[in-house]
Design a protein around this ligand. Sequence first.
Ligand SMILES: CCCCCCCCCCCCCCCCCCCCCCC/C=C/C(=O)SCCNC(=O)CCNC(=O)[C@H](O)C(C)(C)COP(=O)(O)OP(=O)(O)OC[C@H]1O[C@@H](n2cnc3c(N)ncnc32)[C@H](O)[C@@H]1OP(=O)(O)O
Ligand code: FAD
Length: 664
Amino acid sequence: MADGGGEPDQLAGERATAQFDVDGMKVAWAGSRHAVEVADRMARLVASDPVFRKDTRTMLSRKELFKDTLKKAAHAWKRIVELRLTEEEANLLRLYVDQPGYVDLHWGMFVPAIKGQGTEEQQKKWLPMAYKFQIIGCYAQTELGHGSNVQGLETTATFDPSADEFVMHSPTLTSSKWWPGGLGKASTHAVVYARLITEGKDYGIHGFIVQLRSLDDHSPLPGVTLGDIGGKFGSGAYNSMDNGVLRFDHVRIPRDQMLMRLSQVTREGKYVHSDVPKQLLYGTMVYVRQTIVADASKALSRAVCIAVRYSAIRKQFGSQDGGPETQVLNYKTQQSRLFPLLASAYAYRFVGQWLKWLYTDVTQKLEAKDYSTLPEAHACTAGLKSVTTSATADAIEECRKLCGGHGYLNSSGLPELFAVYVPACTYEGDNVQVARFLMKTVAQVATGKQPVGTIAYMGNIQHLMQCKSAVNTAEDWLNPAAIKEVFEARALRMAVNCAQNISKAPSQEEGFSELSPDLLEAAVAHVQLIIVTKFIEKLQEDIPGPGVKEQLQKLCSIYALHLLHKHLGDFLSTGCITARQGALANELLGKLYAQVRPNAVALVDAFDYTDHYLGSVLGRYDGDVYPALYEEAWKDPLNETVVPDGYQEHLRPLLKQQLKLSRL
Ligand SMILES: CCCCCCCCCCCCCCCCCCCCCCC/C=C/C(=O)SCCNC(=O)CCNC(=O)[C@H](O)C(C)(C)COP(=O)(O)OP(=O)(O)OC[C@H]1O[C@@H](n2cnc3c(N)ncnc32)[C@H](O)[C@@H]1OP(=O)(O)O
Ligand SMILES: Cc1cc2nc3c(=O)[nH]c(=O)nc-3n(C[C@H](O)[C@H](O)[C@H](O)COP(=O)(O)OP(=O)(O)OC[C@H]3O[C@@H](n4cnc5c(N)ncnc54)[C@H](O)[C@@H]3O)c2cc1C
C-alpha cells in the first residue's frame, strides 16, 4: 500500500476481474504472436537505454532538445547497425524512442519519394546512400504561400539545354519552402517539388533531388538559404523537429536529378510524359497517410491507457459514512466518455492494419501497371487520415480532462502527447478528396457501373435508399448486420443528397463549392462506415484466447453505437432509424459500458506499453501514482533552490514595501 491513499494494488485487483486472456488480446492488438514478441523486445531495449531517457524533455531549451534529438537518432542508428535489426525492428525502435526527428522524413518521405517517382537508375544511385545515412533527405513540397494547393506552388525548375541542367529558383518570398521536417538543420538533400519549365512552357509540379548542404562541413551550398522556421506549439513536443525554410537563388542541378519515372525531359529539352498516371506524383503522400492512420491508434491508445489506469486509482466522493470513496472509473459519466475512446483505439488499430494491407496491394498492382485501385486507395488514405487524426486529437484532450487537475501536469504525459499529436490533423490534407471520389462514384452507379472495394455498398442503392431498420429491442443492436445496414444507408443517402443538390447548381464546381460543408459530412459518414466495417470483418477472423473475441465484440458495438448516438441527427434526418431505435442504441450502450468496466484495465494492458513509452506518472503499470507525482514535482528546475531566483530583485522589495504600508 502506498503512503497517503495511493493504492498500487488497486490495479492488481482490477486485473484480477478481467474476463479474458490478456496475452490473447495482445496478439489480436499487435497482429500476431511474432509482432508481440518483437514489439516487447524493442520497447525494453529502448526503456533500458539511458540515452533514450525522456523524462526531462519538457524542461529542455529548444537548442538542448534539438541536440538531444540528434544524439538519440545517431545512437539509435548505431544500435540498429550493431544489433543488425530488421526493418520491422528498426521501425519499432523509432516508435518507442518517441521523439520526432529528421529520421522520420528521411525514411518516411524522402526514401519513398525516390522509390515511387525515381527511375530504376535513379533508385540505384540514390537509395544506397540514403539507406546508409551517407546523405540525409527531406520532403520539400509546402511553401510559405501554398500548402493544400500543390498546383499553386511557385518554386521553378527551368531547364537550360546549353548546360544540361535545371535551374532551381525561388522567385518570390511566398515561394520559400516552409515547413519541411528535417530541412532546417539536419538534411543534406531534399526532394523538392517545383514547376518544371522547358522550352518556355510551364509543365506544372514535378519532383527534383537537390543537394542543399556540403557533405564535408554541412554548410549550405552556394545560392541556398536555409534555416529553422521557429518554435512550435507546446513545451518539448514537436520542437525536436527542425521544420525548415529554404530559398534557391538560381541553383543548378544536373538534368538527371529530376525524378523521371512519371515524365522526363530529354537532353534537347523535350517534355515526355510516360503512361504512368500523373497522380503518382502524390504517391508519397498516400504512403505517409497510411502510416499516420496507424499512428493514430498508437497515440490514442496511449492516452486511453493513462486515463483508464488513473481513473481506476483516483477516488472521489461516494461514501457518506466515512467508508471508502468511489473510484472515478465507476462513475457512469466517466465510462460514457472514456469507453468509446477505448473502443476507438481498437477500431483504429484494426482499420490501420487493413489500410496497410490495402497500400501493399495497390503498390503490387502499380508495379504490374494496374492503376485501377489507385483512386480508392487515395480516397481511403486521405479520408481515414483526416477522420482518425481529428478524433484522436480530440480524444487526447478528453483524456486529459478525464484525469482532472493532475492531467494538466507535464508529468501526466498528456500535454506533451497532445502537442506532439495535433499537427497530424494539419499535415497531409483533409477530406475534400474523399467527397470528390464519392460524387464520382454516385454518378457511376447512376449509369449502372458496379462499384467495388469500400464503395461496393453503393451498388446496393435500391435497397439502401429505402430500407428501414428492423431493430426492435436494445439487444437487436448487437447484430453486426443491423449496424452495418444503417451505417451504409446513412452514408449512401448523405452522398446521394449531395449529388442531387449539386446537380441543381449552375455548374458542378459551383455546386461543389456551395455544398462543401455537406460534402465533408458525407465523407465523414463514409469513412466511419469503413472503420465500422473493418472492425466487424476483423471479428469474423479466428481470434484465439478465452474471452478475447467477446471483448472485441463489445468494443465494436460500443464504437459503432457511440457514433450513432453522436451523429443521431444524420441517422434520423436520412430516415435510416427512428427516434425509438436511437434510444434503444443508447440503452444498449449503457449496458455495454457496465460489461466493459471490469475489463477496462486489462484492455489497456493489452496495448503492452512500457512505463518509458507511456511517459506518465498517472498511467504507471503499478498504479503507484501519488508518490511518483510528489517525487516528480521536486525535479522541476524551479525547485532547485528553496528561495527563487528573482527574490532579491522583485519579491523582497515588494514585501518590504507592504510591511512599511501596513505600519502606516
Ligand atoms: C530521434 C529518433 C530516433 C530514432 C532513429 C531510428 C532510426 C531509423 C529507423 C526507421 C525509422 C522509420 C520512420 C518512418 C516514420 C514514417 C512516419 C512519417 C512521419 C510523417 C510526418 C509527416 C510530416 C508532414 C509532411 C507533409 O505535410 S508533406 C506535404 C503534404 N501536403 C499535402 O498533404 C497537400 C494536401 N493537398 C492535397 O492533397 C491536394 O488535395 C492534392 C494535391 C492531392 C490535389 O489537389 P488538386 O485537386 O489541385 O490536384 P490535381 O488537379 O493535380 O489532381 C486531382 C486528381 O488527382 C487525384 N488525386 C489527388 N491526390 C491523389 C493521390 N495521392 N493519389 C491518387 N490520386 C490522387 C484526385 O482524386 C483527382 O482525381 P480526379 O481528377 O479523378 O478527380
Ligand atoms: C508539423 C508540420 C510538419 C510538416 N511537415 C512538412 C514536410 O515535411 N514537408 C512539407 O512539404 N510540408 C510539411 N508540412 C506542411 C503541411 O503539409 C501543410 O501545412 C498542410 O498541407 C496544410 O497546408 P497549409 O498550411 O498551407 O494550410 P492552408 O491550405 O492554408 O489551410 C488553411 C485553412 O484553409 C482550409 N482550406 C484550404 N484549402 C481548402 C479548400 N480547397 N477547401 C476548403 N478549405 C480549404 C484548410 O482546411 C484550413 O482550414 C508540415 C506542417 C506541419 C504543421
